[in-house]
Design a protein around this ligand. Structure first.
Ligand SMILES: O=C(O)CCC(=O)C(=O)O
Ligand SMILES: [Fe+2]
Length: 375
């Protein structure tokens, strides 16, 4: 059977000899539609002795879940102190946590799911006509991430990436789907709501470490902080034991807010050198720490090494909002006492860090962040 039937994304990369190359990457959704019973070689990521099945999760009950209403200033003091302590220990231990009572209106979340499903329900031709594909422009558009060579094993995913903030970030670029016609509006409403959640969490995290409340959030002005949106679509995969939806990575954000549907399950995090399935109940949002907050917190918080596995009989969508200071900002690790605290990270220009991150990834272990370490 022909593998891609002419449906492919174009991904450009710089090869070993510094030449710009364009690679044709099959559209996974189209492969899945053909009902493949085997996994094309270029998607084989795992050897049979490295199964995707996570080790049994004993910690399910201890996975952090934070009630955001209790964190708000003015809520009952004892409950608030307890929630702050839970946030500090949960975020330090796992680098990710569930959030409940976040105040995000249900219709906003519903509309996001709706437009995303409608977009991925379009034919490949309609999708391509609806949105551009920009392998070169900050990974935006309808296409793929982290393609770096012709022979690199590929993730079992199609994705859509947009910059939702600051305003005007995608002006002149055709990166927002035109179809469904309320796509951009639905996502922008979600992004607007997410800012409150992000800012509240950044303040609460600072407070939970007994730092001044604004030490993190002061980098994030409404008019120039950045929110990148990545919509991930994982179609059913013929060999979940050999493929990955997303290769192991950390996020190049301060914080990432994740929503998932239609199926739950797939996200795994490395803990004590074992892959653990993240216990993520339906309709709950999940937050994870990215490299930028690891640097800003001088390593108090650690960005988790995570990956996504695929499923044989189910589609799964996730939407990641990546929250960052403006890329021209210089980020500096917080110090409680400049002379006392061991300096793990140094001041870096965010733009330089991101450039480095995208240049070296994907890597086989957490590595990009070494760029910002004090030698
Ligand atoms: O699909 C997921 O659950 C996680 C996605 C993710 O890690 C990412 O987009 O960076
Ligand atoms: Fe991620």
């Amino acid at each position: 059977m022909e593998e891609d039937k002419g449906c492919f994304h174009l991904a450009s990369f710089i090869d070993q000899k510094d030449r710009l190359r364009i690679s044709r990457v099959p559209v996974v959704q189209e492969l899945a539609r053909q009902g493949l019973h085997y996994l094309p070689d270029k998607f084989i990521k795992l050897r049979p002795d490295q199964p995707t099945t996570p080790s049994l999760v004993h910690e399910v009950n201890t996975f952090p879940s934070i009630n955001m209403a209790k964190l708000r200033l003015g809520s009952e003091p004892e409950g608030r102190a307890h929630e702050l302590a839970k946030l500090a220990s949960g975020a330090q231990e796992w680098g990710m946590f569930l959030i409940t009572d976040h105040g995000m209106p249900a219709d906003v979340l519903y509309d996001v799911k709706d437009v995303v499903k409608e977009f991925f329900g379009l034919s490949f031709e309609e999708k391509k006509a609806s949105v551009g594909s920009y392998a070169n422009v900050d990974n935006m558009g309808y296409g793929r991430n982290f393609v770096k060579s012709e022979d690199q094993p590929l993730d079992w995913i199609d994705r859509l990436t947009m910059k939702a903030a600051p305003e005007g970030a995608t002006e002149g670029l055709h990166v927002w789907p035109q179809k469904p016609n309320n796509f951009r509006q639905a996502i922008e409403k979600y992004v607007k709501e997410s800012r409150k959640v992000f800012n509240d969490l950044l303040e609460a995290l600072a407070e939970s470490f007994s730092l001044e409340r604004h030490v993190f959030v002061h980098y994030f002005h409404h008019k120039d902080s950045e929110v990148n949106v990545r919509v991930n679509y994982y179609p059913p995969c013929p060999r979940p034991d050999l493929a990955l939806g997303i290769t192991p990575h950390t996020d190049a954000s301060a914080l990432t807010l994740l929503m998932e549907f239609d199926t739950t399950g797939g996200l795994q995090v490395l803990r004590d050198r074992k892959w653990v399935a993240v216990p993520w109940p339906r309709d709950t949002l999940l937050v994870n720490v990215g490299d930028i907050l690891e640097i800003m917190s001088n390593g108090r918080l650690k960005s988790p090494w995570h990956r996504v596995v695929t499923q044989m009989d189910a589609d799964r969508f996730s939407i990641a909002l990546f929250y960052n200071p403006p890329s021209r900002a210089e980020i500096e690790p917080v110090r409680i006492n400049a002379t006392m605290e061991h300096e793990v990270y140094k001041k870096v220009a965010l733009r330089d860090y991101l450039q480095h991150f995208y240049k070296i990834n994907p890597t086989s272990e957490k590595q990009a962040i070494d760029f910002a370490k004090v030698q």
